[in-house]
Design a protein around this ligand. Sequence first.
Ligand code: ZN
Ligand code: ZN
Length: 275
Amino acid sequence: MPAFICTACGMQFAPTPQPPAACPVCEDERQYVPPGGQEWTTLEELSRSSANAWRVLEPNLFEIVTTPAFAIGQRAQLLRTPAGNILWDCITLVDSATIELVRSLGGIKAIAISHPHYYSCMVEWAQTFKVPIYLHAADRAWIFRDDPAIVLWEGERKELPHGLTLICCGGHFPGGVVLHWPGGAEGRGALLSGDIVQVVQDRKTVSFMRSFPNFIPMSGPAVERVVKALEPFAFDRIHGAFPTRTIWKDGKRVLKSSAERYLAYIRGDGSAELL
Ligand SMILES: [Zn+2]
Ligand SMILES: [Zn+2]
């Protein structure tokens, strides 16, 4: 039985004889069903038309992106540490070239994902490399292909080997998670931030939204919670969800000033427009 994949968001569902009636991720107000209607594919079909491209973002950090761009178009990041490699966020396509390349880099130790939009084909990746997938329990309702590899964690933080920390910031999703990598940015620290802290088009600032495609903002208290959750961590760099979306330096200051700008607008006192 095929495990159908939604072509709009890239989510793979548990195997069924027929495609699901709808994709709950796309029906949700944070996403959208394309004007042409709901369409489905399979991993086999996708492997025939697409491949993954690799880029070194900085020492010990690779970006993996499907080309031509598929569904939401996010990047996965392969973070190498002496304690093993972590796949941060996930993409739908895992093909034989990707498997061989990842294995030649020492395989992966675990998968960690920022939020449900990037669950994609996480179970295929986990089964291939026989590794756990760390997801925040607050978003468990968005798991549509369950598997023993899925490890739900609760609370504000989860420590991973080699000083890495998963930080639950909430916001875009209740279980929205950011990965802190103290060894990133030549030891000044880096965040791998998914959509939770969104590195935006100018690549100089970040922003926060409940829905990016549907322009639904996040509340002031939710933004304050994201900033507060990241406050104790040292970082200079922020690698966002999409190719080229990296804040290379001053990430800590950028987060603070971007949040202040956001809060000034969202509070609606008119002062932000006068700046
Ligand atoms: Zn979908
Ligand atoms: Zn998202």
